[in-house]
Every structure is written in structure tokens, then in C-alpha cells.
Design a protein around this ligand. Structure first.
Ligand code: SF4
Length: 510
């Protein structure tokens, strides 16, 4: 039977790398993007040696990382290998072969520079009107950390381990004491077991001390910044909860952060950071109910950010008793009127309740009230806690109810990016330890995502030309300008820079 034949391996070939990399290749876009970045100003450091071989250029290593992160090649060893076997990478790095260690050091030493590069890119996109800054959506996704669940402790877990060890020690000591006829060999074995358990106990005591000194509710021993998070449904693992802000116009990433295991306190820091970065006077911010916290919404409003955060159910709505909607608040007198038309008063004191600041409202009429069974199970009668930021919460609820279609934009603006990062690009776990370094990976991923998104928005040739033009006009340093011109002289669409033709360079993307 006749089959399609491959080439003859013994034949000598002349190979053109340029021809082997397609014009619409990711490698070409990355090459163009990095060459036009002002790396020194962004804080990238070359890996300088005092002696010996000259260092690799930061731009080459950044290109390698951006190429790899988009293509699920993230580990430094895999990237090192790609430099030898991947034709696109060989083209991109012009045959350079940095070692895994060099790649890892570069990634480790430039955490802040990755962040600056991402934010610089966002500013450029804003200047180009690809990011509007009118409507942003904030949401979070979880990734696993370099820390196993076994190496994450809270007080409950430590107590459980200590109790188990104490039991074991007691059991071994009993064995020793009860049976005087235990032969010396067995005695030594049991004594060794006791010693082992005592060492383990000392280790757990140290962890307990660390936990208490940290003031946190949990501690991770391999990556101290990692926390036990609910990955999805009821599956708990040690990881990071990554916050991401996205713009409504083209669904591009704006900013990111990580810290808390949930979203309760993330709204105002993220929204204010996005507003300041984009330099806008006001902004709308859409989030799901995980972000709905009175104090956060109040802070946003004070910063000219209108929140559209899905209202949370009041706890009274779940227990079958009169819910809070049946109590009418009188702002003028600062009182509530209950379903039995009784007035609930406050003593004016503000109480700290976990992270909330609340006022209490109650009435003596509860004692003889006929509706009491439907209203409260509390012996002293119904009492209402009202956040001092309740007004902000109510304004937010009103906005969401009056604009249901606008609120529905949230899912369109923000969630699909996480699917791309996690499912398509394999970003379900981090390779780095520590918040700052984990954010390095997030920033690299987000640069890749925004860049890849531009490839969908524009025709590839248009994108290439406009990328060159845009970066040049946004960062008009003469040195960069001339080096850029030398590099791309043959390809630049000079019309974009010809002021006599009244074409604004910064609108090159529009
Ligand atoms: S129990 Fe108290 S708060 Fe509830 S309806 Fe009766 S008087 Fe009003």
C-alpha cells in the first residue's frame, strides 16, 4: 500500500527560521510587544554577572515567559527545553538558550517589573480607547498554591493532632508500665515511638506558637502567604483567591490583587485602584453578592464609584420569621416600625460586630405581642442590627433593582476570561511561592490575555502596525524612538505619525 512519505532524514536541508514562523504567530506578537516596551523604565533588571559570560537581555527572557505562559509552558525547565526544540521559541530568542536557573531567577527578581509592565499596557489600552473605564466588573478566581493541605493548619487542626499524639503517648506508656515482662528489645522500640511522638508534639507546639503570634486564623508552612480556600463547591485546597478587574468595552483586564480567602473586603481596594490607574473621575462597578459589604460600598460611593453589587439576603429571610423588609425605617427619627406597628428605638451606641459597625434597635412591646411567634425566638424580643453604612447598601440595592439588564453585563464582562486562563492556558495552580511572586504569574497571564484579545479584535496585520505605532507615540523618549525606528523602519505605517495629516497617534488602535 502506498503511504504519504516524510522527508529523508539523511538529506541535508537549508532551513529558514523566518519562514517557519507564521505571520500570525503568537511569537511574532510577543516579539513586537516586548521590543516596544520601555523595559528599563518599567524596572526590569538584566541578570548581570560581575565576570564571565555577558548576561541575557531582559527583553529576551520576558519574550520567553510571555510565549510560554500563553502556551502552557510555565516551568523554567520546560521553558529551557522549549529553547532547544520549539522552532517558534528558537526564532523568538534568535537561538539563545538560557538555563532553567536563569529563567527562574529572572522571574523571581522582577515581580514589580511584571506588575508595572501590565499596568503600563493597561494605560496604553486606555489611551487607545480600548479600555473605557466607565463600567468595570470585578470578580475572583482561585488557584492552587505550592503548599499541600497537609501543611496548612488552624487551631482546630493543631488541637486534633495534639490530642491524637497525647493519646498515643499515653497508650505507649501504658504498654511500658503494664507489662514488666516486656523484653528489653521491645522496650527500646516503645521508647523510640514515644520519643518520635514527643518530637512531633514539639513541632505542632511550634506551629501553634507561630499561628498565635501571626494573629491569623490559619498558617501555611511551605508558602506562608497561601490560605485554605474553597476551590469550587465544597472542595477545599490551599491556594490564592485572585481578584481581577475587567473593563466593559472589550472585556480586557485592568488590575489584579490577592490576599483574602473571600471577596468580602476586596471591592473598594480593587475599584479605587482601577479608577486611579485609569485616571477617570467616576466609574460604575459591577460585582456579585460576595462583594456586597456595607462598608465597602460606602467607601466606593465616597470615591465616586457607583456600585452594582448583587444584594445579599438578610439572615432573617432564611429563618421563616418576619424578614427585614417588613420593618420600615424612619431616617428622620432613626427608628424602625415593626409589623405590629410598634416603634423600635436605638440607644445611639455603635457596636463593633466582627468587621461591622452596627446600631441596635428594640422595643419593650415585644413582651406582650401577639405576633411574637412569627417575629422572633429571642427571649428578650426582636432586636435589629443596622449597619451604620446601611444607606449605602440600600442605594446599591435600588440601583441593581432598577437596572437589571445592566447588572446582567457582569457575567459577560468578567467570567469568561477565567475560563480561558484556567481551562485553555492551564493556570489552575501557581509555580511560585509568596503573594508577590504569585502576582508575577498573574500579571504575565493578564498581559498575555490582553494581547491575545487584541489579536481577536484586530486583523493581525492591522494589529502589528498599530501596536508599533501606539507604543511609539505613548512613550516618546527619543532614544527609544530612534531605536524603534531602526528596528521597524521598513514596516511602520508612517501616516500614523504624520501630524500634518491630523491623525492622532494615540488613536492608532481605533
Ligand atoms: S415581636 Fe416585637 S418587633 Fe415583633 S412584631 Fe411584635 S412588637 Fe413588633
Amino acid at each position: 500500500m502506498d503511504y504519504i512519505q516524510g522527508f529523508n532524514r539523511d538529506q541535508l536541508f537549508m532551513m529558514d527560521f523566518e519562514a517557519n514562523v507564521p505571520q500570525d504567530s503568537w511569537a511574532r506578537i510577543v516579539d513586537l510587544f516586548v521590543e516596544t516596551l520601555p523595559l528599563d523604565e518599567l524596572g526590569f533588571e538584566d541578570l548581570l554577572n560581575d565576570q564571565g559570560r555577558p548576561p541575557f537581555k531582559a527583553s529576551d527572557l520576558l519574550k520567553l515567559l510571555l510565549y510560554g505562559y500563553k502556551n502552557q509552558i510555565r516551568s523554567s525547565r520546560k521553558l529551557e527545553k522549549a529553547c532547544k526544540i520549539n522552532l517558534e521559541v528558537i526564532w523568538l530568542l534568535k537561538g539563545l538558550r538560557p538555563s532553567a536557573r536563569k529563567i527562574a531567577y529572572f522571574r523571581k527578581n522582577n515581580a514589580n517589573a511584571f506588575k508595572q509592565a501590565f499596568r503600563y499596557f493597561v494605560l496604553i489600552l486606555k489611551e487607545a480607547d480600548l479600555i473605557e473605564g466607565q463600567t468595570i466588573a470585578i470578580d475572583s478566581f482561585k488557584i492552587r498554591a505550592q503548599n499541600s493541605l497537609k501543611n496548612n493548619f488552624n487551631q482546630k487542626k493543631i488541637d486534633r493532632h495534639l490530642a491524637y499524639i497525647d493519646d498515643k503517648i499515653e497508650q505507649y506508656e501504658k504498654e511500658l508500665n503494664q507489662n514488666d515482662e516486656v523484653d528489653s528489645k521491645k522496650k527500646i522500640v516503645i521508647q523510640n515511638k514515644i520519643a518520635t511522638q514527643k518530637t512531633r508534639k514539639a513541632d505542632y507546639k511550634n506551629i501553634e506558637k507561630e499561628l498565635q503570634e501571626s494573629g491569623e486564623s490559619q498558617i501555611s508552612t511551605t508558602d506562608p502567604d497561601a490560605r485554605a480556600v474553597v476551590l469550587h463547591r465544597n472542595i477545599v485546597n490551599v491556594g490564592y483567591n485572585i481578584q481581577a478587574g475587567c473593563d466593559g468595552k472589550h472585556k480586557l483586564f485592568i488590575n489584579n490583587d490577592t490576599g483574602s480567602v473571600n471577596d468580602t473586603h476586596a471591592l473598594s481596594p480593587m475599584a479605587i485602584d482601577a479608577k486611579e490607574l485609569l485616571g477617570v473621575d467616576k466609574m460604575n462597578c459591577i460585582t456579585d453578592k460576595g462583594y456586597t459589604t456595607a462598608v465597602q460600598i460606602d467607601t466606593c460611593i465616597k470615591n465616586n464609584i457607583a456600585t452594582y453589587s448583587s444584594p445579599k439576603e438578610h439572615s432573617s429571610q432564611k429563618n421563616g420569621l418576619y424578614n427585614m423588609n417588613t420593618f420600615v425605617y424612619d431616617a428622620k427619627n432613626d427608628t424602625y416600625t415593626c409589623p405590629a406597628q410598634q416603634i423600635l428605638y436605638t440607644n445611639g451606641k455603635i457596636y463593633n460586630k466582627r468587621n461591622h459597625r452596627v446600631k441596635h434597635y428594640k422595643t419593650k412591646a415585644c413582651k406582650g405581642c401577639e405576633l411574637r411567634e412569627k417575629c422572633t425566638t429571642n427571649k428578650s424580643g426582636r432586636f435589629i442590627e443596622r449597619s451604620i453604612y446601611q444607606e449605602a447598601l440600600e442605594q446599591n440595592e435600588k440601583r441593581v433593582e432598577q437596572n437589571p439588564e445592566y447588572y446582567k453585563l457582569r457575567q459577560q464582562i468578567t467570567e469568561h476570561q477565567f475560563g480561558t486562563l484556567k481551562r485553555q492556558w492551564g493556570f489552575t495552580y501557581t509555580l511560585m511561592k509568596g503573594k508577590q511572586h504569585v502576582l508575577s504569574e498573574v500579571n504575565l497571564m493578564m498581559i498575555c490575555y490582553n494581547l491575545r484579545r487584541l489579536m481577536s479584535i484586530f486583523d493581525i496585520d492591522v494589529l502589528k502596525n498599530r501596536l508599533k505605532a501606539l507604543f511609539l507615540s505613548f512613550f516618546p523618549k527619543m532614544s527609544s524612538f530612534y531605536s524603534f525606528l531602526r528596528l521597524y523602519n521598513s514596516q511602520i505605517n508612517f501616516i500614523l505619525f504624520d501630524k500634518s495629516k491630523k491623525v492622532k497617534p494615540l488613536n492608532a488602535f481605533c
